[in-house]
Design a protein around this ligand. Structure first.
Ligand code: 0A1
Ligand code: ZN
Length: 891
């Protein structure tokens, strides 16, 4: 395996770079970059005699020190060395790179004829030689020169200070960023673009220019992103007192992008998928994602840019915090801080993502702490753990100290560290000091991997009116990778309520307290095992545990089915209402899955049916909450919870339960469908989206019926009259599902129509590919055949990450029953595609490689084939990215 980088090896840079002037002569085949830096020795570092700059995939042209060529400069594989560098000097280096040939989408590349950059984490070194590490912060001046016809728009970070024409049909623009920044936040964009503009005034009364730059044909899809940006700016002022610090803030959408978006200072670059939206092309989920990602990148301006990371091990310092901020923003936008139910919906969705993506990661060979100790390729550590679990860790400060205490911690953090590159410890210390608390034990949330488990037992003493709750924490059966990091108990904020037999919360009084206060308490679990005794408890309560998911943990408690149904109907904590339904469903489904795995016939109680009936018909619950509560845990989630993962059994179990729920509640689904129709003009509000969501769930259940006539009739009508893509896709999936079950062909016409209608809209065609890749298979036509067929479609393009994700990742990651076909055809396909992508774009290839990492948990027949596929990739892969993943998986 290539070199492993250790957090423990961090050393301050021997030199600093104060200013950088970059000049680009932009030509797709060969762009010349002249880089002039003011370099000096770092007074805070040990004395190294040589300056070592990194550079990759660069053609060296010339270099000079203080304007003169020097024999001390040596360009070499991997970088450039200045021997016996002076204490302070100006270093000019000229080199060239090849944007048009750059398929990795790191550094400077061409997308759809336009130039753009991606520098996080280590892409700047593909543009020019530099101290490409986040603790080296410089002020940048950037001059862009390009052909005026091909590139009428020339953008970089900060303020435009000069522009004009040049000979030979070329022109230039000069940009200056007044803030010091690390190289990973550098960006440029050049090409044929148009902008939606808005001017706003921020808190201090300053006017700011906001722009969303897109290709001309996409201008009608920028309104939602702009609105989201304006809302983000106002929210960050209001909630955190953080104001936009630049006169101009730009967003650019590009169609070839490895991730969602990037927070380059004043010039955010986005995947088109995370910007462009109108009702015909973007689903309700897309609208919500766009709002949160626009917020996320904007919030990075303070948490990431003004205060950045000292080194890449601290990535969660900016990512965990910024995800937490975007989650809070979206929750506020979806219903305001007052509206508990709307906030809960957002919380439920976030917890689903965490469980879906992070728990599995924490249980496998890639398990790592929120602040990792080592990496081979940093791009592999933009993970659910760093982002999502990191956000939960930040949320726990707020749970412990309240919103005000959290705000005090944030204020102190900026007071201490504005303009600096710091660590997760610095953030924790600011929270501790601002709230007068010792948070040393809390450090373990950053250093220990694995998902903690809290086992709960309770005891009611009727005579003494005492209720004793015992909490015991451990890590369950953590993977070896996780176990290696564990050193002791965590500080777990454990939120709890006690529900009385009338369904109401009891007032809470802990032993030793003078009087009762409140109905929800955050217990602080700090030991491996601890007892908490509530007194004055008039009757045996039902505990509502880990309310609002107050810590990223698994709670084990022996609830009866009737107790779960009771909590689902009465818990005042909306998150736990939902959770009770999920527990019930998971238990039922796992029983069914074990029956399927053992070849027994299915035997399912009525508990789930009755619970679903009461949710579905409870008009006091919001439609969006009901839609979430009526969703069964995914096959992947179930398979991960089986003693031995068996995707076929999970699939059979889930299908059986869906059919049972569809048959038993047929009238209720039909009634719900009709009641939540949203006739008239399309509205993008969360309420309208809630109605569409519940209507969609009803239709999906109806499509499971043995007699699909109702579903086909309703879905066909819905498809034909749809004025938005949520309804259109909902109808199409229901038709495809009904067709898969019954062998009918009712989906063919709408599927063809969908393609013809959106042929010129790549983001919608991605949905067309994804729908087919995730469809339920039929014996006579396994989905792998459909997918292989679609790889030959003229619209398929492996080099475009969105397209590759739509078809290949959807199949390998979101269609488990088909991907894990017993004959291994899915794994053979996976190996082929990982290797094909490895040669084009290692980052994307490595993401795909991760879909097999839990191979050891599967049935022996599957896991042997998975191992063979991993070994084949290990033998043939070239990139550090893919090798790290498969080698860790096989280790
Ligand atoms: N910092 C970005 C994520 C990001 C990371 C790496 C990239 O390179 C391809 C791109 C984006 C964020 O958190 O939004
Ligand atoms: Zn981020």
């Amino acid at each position: 395996m290539p070199t492993t980088i250790l957090r423990a090896d961090y050393a301050a840079p021997a030199f600093l770079i104060d200013t950088v002037a970059l000049e680009f002569d932009l030509v797709p085949e060969r762009t010349v970059v002249r880089n002039t830096m003011r370099v000096r020795r770092n007074p805070a570092a040990g004395r190294a005699s040589n300056l070592e700059l990194v550079g990759e995939q660069l053609e060296f042209i010339s270099a000079a020190i203080d304007g003169h060529p020097s024999a001390a400069i040596r360009a070499h594989e991997g970088g450039l060395t200045v021997n016996d560098a002076p204490d302070a000097f100006e270093l000019t280096i000229t080199g060239a790179c090849s944007p048009a040939a750059n398929t990795t989408l790191m550094g400077l590349y061409v997308s759809g004829g336009n130039f753009c950059t991606q520098c996080e984490a280590q892409g700047f070194r593909r543009i020019t030689w530099f101290l490409d590490r986040p603790d080296v912060m410089a002020t940048f001046t950037v001059t862009l020169r390009a052909d005026k016809d091909a590139c009428p728009v020339l953008l970089s970070n900060g303020n435009l200070i000069e522009q004009g024409d040049l000979p030979d049909g070329r022109h230039y623009a000069k940009w200056e960023d007044p803030f010091k920044k690390p190289s990973y936040l550098f960006a440029l964009v050049a090409g044929k673009l148009v902008a939606l503009e808005e001017r706003i005034r921020t808190g201090s009364g300053k006017e700011k220019l906001l722009q969303v730059w897109v290709k001309p044909q996409d201008l009608d899809k920028t309104g939602h992103a702009m609105d989201s940006l304006v809302r983000s700016i106002h929210w960050d002022e209001e909630r955190f007192g953080l104001e936009l610090d630049l006169d101009r803030f730009m967003i650019v959408a590009v169609s070839d992008f490895n991730m969602g978006a990037m927070e380059n200072k004043g010039l955010n670059i986005f995947n088109t998928k995370c910007i462009l939206a109108n009702p015909e092309t973007a689903t309700d989920t897309d609208f919500a994602n766009i709002e949160s990602i626009v917020g996320h990148e904007y919030f990075h301006n303070w948490t990431g840019n003004r205060v950045t990371c000292r080194d890449w091990f601290q990535l969660s310092l900016k990512e965990g915090l910024t995800v937490f901020r975007d989650q809070e923003f979206s929750a506020a936008m979806s219903g305001g801080n007052e509206n508990e139910a709307a906030r809960a919906t957002k919380r439920i969705e976030d917890v689903c993502v965490l469980r879906q993506m992070q728990f599995g990661e924490d249980a496998g060979p890639m398990a790592h702490p929120v602040r990792p100790e080592s990496y081979v390729e940093i791009n592999n550590f933009y993970t659910a753990t760093v982002y999502r679990k990191g956000a939960e860790v930040v949320r726990m400060y707020q749970t412990l100290f309240g919103r005000e205490g959290f705000r005090k911690g944030m204020d102190l953090y900026f007071q201490r560290h504005d303009g600096q590159a710091v660590t997760c410890d610095d953030f924790r210390q600011a929270m501790a000091d601002a709230n007068g608390r010792d948070l040393s034990q809390f450090e373990r949330w950053y250093s220990q991997a694995g998902t903690p488990r809290v086992r709960v037992t309770t005891q009611y003493d009727e005579a003494g009116r005492r209720y004793r709750v015992t909490l015991a924490q451990d890590y369950g059966d953590a993977s070896p990778a996780a176990r290696a990091t564990q050193s002791g108990p965590l500080l777990i904020p454990f939120s709890i309520g006690l529900v009385g037999q009338d369904g109401a919360d009891m007032p809470l009084r802990l032993e030793g307290e003078r009087e009762a206060g409140g109905t929800t308490r955050v217990l602080e679990l700090t030991e491996a095992q601890q007892c908490f005794t509530f007194i004055d408890v008039p009757e045996k309560p039902l505990p509502s545990l880990l309310r609002d998911f107050s810590a990223p943990a698994i709670v084990e408690y022996d609830y009866g089915n009737d107790e779960l149904a009771f909590l689902l109907a009465h818990d005042s904590d909306p998150f736990n209402r939902w959770e009770a339904g999920q527990r019930l469903a998971t238990r039922e489904l796992l029983t069914l899955a074990e029956q399927a795995a053992d070849g027994r016939s299915f035997d399912m109680s009525d508990a789930l049916v009755e619970a679903f009936r009461s949710v579905l018909t409870d008009e006091s619950l919001s439609p969006s909450f009901r839609a979430l509560a009526l969703m069964l845990p995914t096959e992947t989630y179930l398979a991960e919870r089986m003693a031995v993962s068996d995707p076929a059994a999970a699939h059979a179990a889930r299908r059986f339960a869906r059919r049972r729920l569809s048959e038993a509640l047929r009238q209720e689904w039909l009634a719900a469908y009709e009641r939540h129709l949203t006739p008239g003009a399309y509205e993008a509000t969360p309420e309208a989206a809630g109605h569409r969501g519940l209507k969609g769930s009803a239709l999906m259940y109806l499509s499971e019926l043995d007699d699909p006539a109702d579903a086909v009739r309703l879905a066909t009508r819905q498809y034909d009259i749809a004025n938005n893509v949520t309804d259109r896709m909902g109808a199409l999936s229901a038709l495809m599902n009904a067709a898969a079950g019954k062998g009918g062909d009712f989906a063919k016409r709408p599927l063809d129509d969908f393609y013809a209608r959106f042929e010129h809209d790549p983001l919608v065609i991605d949905k067309w590919f994804a729908l087919q890749a995730t469809q339920r298979g039929r014996a006579e036509r396994p989905v792998i055949d459909v997918v292989r067929g679609l790889m030959q479609h003229p619209a398929f393009n492996l080099k475009n990450p969105n397209r590759a994700r739509a078809l290949i990742f959807s199949f390998c990651g979101a269609n488990p029953a088909q991907f894990h076909a017993a004959n291994g055809s899915g794994y053979a396909f996976w190996a082929e595609q990982v290797l094909a992508l490895d040669a084009i774009n290692p980052q994307v290839a490595a993401r795909l490689a991760r879909t097999l990492e839990l191979w050891r948990r599967f049935t022996p027949a599957l896991s042997a084939q998975m191992r063979a596929a991993l070994e084949q990739v290990n033998a043939d892969a070239k990139s550090r990215d893919v090798c790290e993943i498969v080698q860790k998986a096989l280790a």
